[in-house]
Design a protein around this ligand. Structure first.
Ligand SMILES: [Zn+2]
Length: 295
């Protein structure tokens, strides 16, 4: 078993071996909301998607599997702090799950399409991403093993997140209120940063089994530099609207501190907006070179 403290290093190395994360805060228990802030920036347009990340290990325990969503410190619940920090950054929050090598989870199924003894999806799932809203909902079961196994089935392998057009059309049941640009995003193939956003949204909508679509009659405004000025408000099982939670992270352009990191500048907390230096311990920027498949 690996140490929890090393999970961030392992994840950064596995996820982006050519990138060095910029660390601007010593990780101090309770003082920082998350492990790191991750921005995906499209090389062709500068469009970007940001998400606030917490690293977790999928662990085998006496009672089955666990991920440790219930951890807390003197400042309160880690999950609540993560969502609060994401709220002040106007970004979505995710867990980056280190699930270990396939041999660690030989008896764990990824769902109906699982194939034994070798499963392509399980082979890719070593580092995977789960929306913190999904984690919060699964944690509310009060059953750590079930929350962990359902998290494993729901999470997206990191290497799949940026594959152009991987996410098929999402239903657009919000006719009459859904702006045409949002409808096109939902129903047409995406690439780069928009594909990352769409896969996270699909993950959350997969919990709905249809009934979320009774909602969405109201539009919610997003930050001024968001790609979509407003999106249908859809909460369902979750503590906030999933559409606005995810799509507030998709921006027409990355913030200045992200460009500074891409230029190799050495960022310190003084160079960063307060909500960034207080919300995360470090920054990772991935430049996506995927060309628009339609262009
Ligand atoms: Zn599988």
């Amino acid at each position: 078993m690996w140490r929890e403290e090393s999970a961030t290093d392992v994840l950064c190395w596995r996820a982006a071996p050519h990138l060095r994360p910029v660390t601007f805060n010593r990780r101090q228990e309770g003082h920082v909301g998350a492990d790191w802030l991750w921005w995906f920036v499209d090389a062709d347009t500068g469009r970007a998607f940001g998400m606030l990340c917490q690293a977790k290990n999928l662990k085998r325990s006496a009672g089955g599997w666990s991920i440790g969503y219930g951890q807390s410190n003197s400042q309160g619940s880690q999950l609540t702090a993560l969502l609060r920090s994401a709220g002040s950054l106007d970004l979505p929050a995710v867990y980056v799950l280190y699930c270990g090598p396939p041999s660690h989870r030989r008896d764990l199924s990824c769902g109906p399409s699982h194939t034994a003894p070798q499963c392509p999806r399980c082979a890719r799932a070593g580092v995977s991403v789960l929306s913190a809203l999904a984690a919060e909902y699964l944690h509310s079961y009060g059953d750590a093993d079930r929350a962990a196994t359902d998290s494993y089935r729901t999470c997206v392998p990191l290497e799949d997140l940026t594959v152009s057009g991987r996410c098929g059309p999402l239903l657009d049941p919000w006719f009459g209120v859904c702006p045409p640009t949002v409808r096109r995003f939902l129903t047409q193939p995406q690439y780069g940063s928009a594909e990352v956003a769409k896969q996270l949204l699909r993950q959350l909508l997969s919990f709905s089994r249809g009934y979320l679509f009774d909602e969405g009659q109201k539009l919610q405004s997003l930050p001024p530099d968001a790609v979509f000025p407003a999106v249908p408000q859809v909460a369902g099982h979750f503590s906030e609207s999933v559409t606005s939670h995810v799509l507030r992270g998709l921006r027409r352009e990355a913030p200045n501190y992200v460009w500074a990191a891409l230029e190799g500048l050495n960022l310190t907390t003084r160079d960063l907006p307060t909500e960034v230096s207080e919300g995360a311990a470090g920054l990772i920027v991935t430049r996506l070179r995927n060309a628009d498949p339609s262009g």
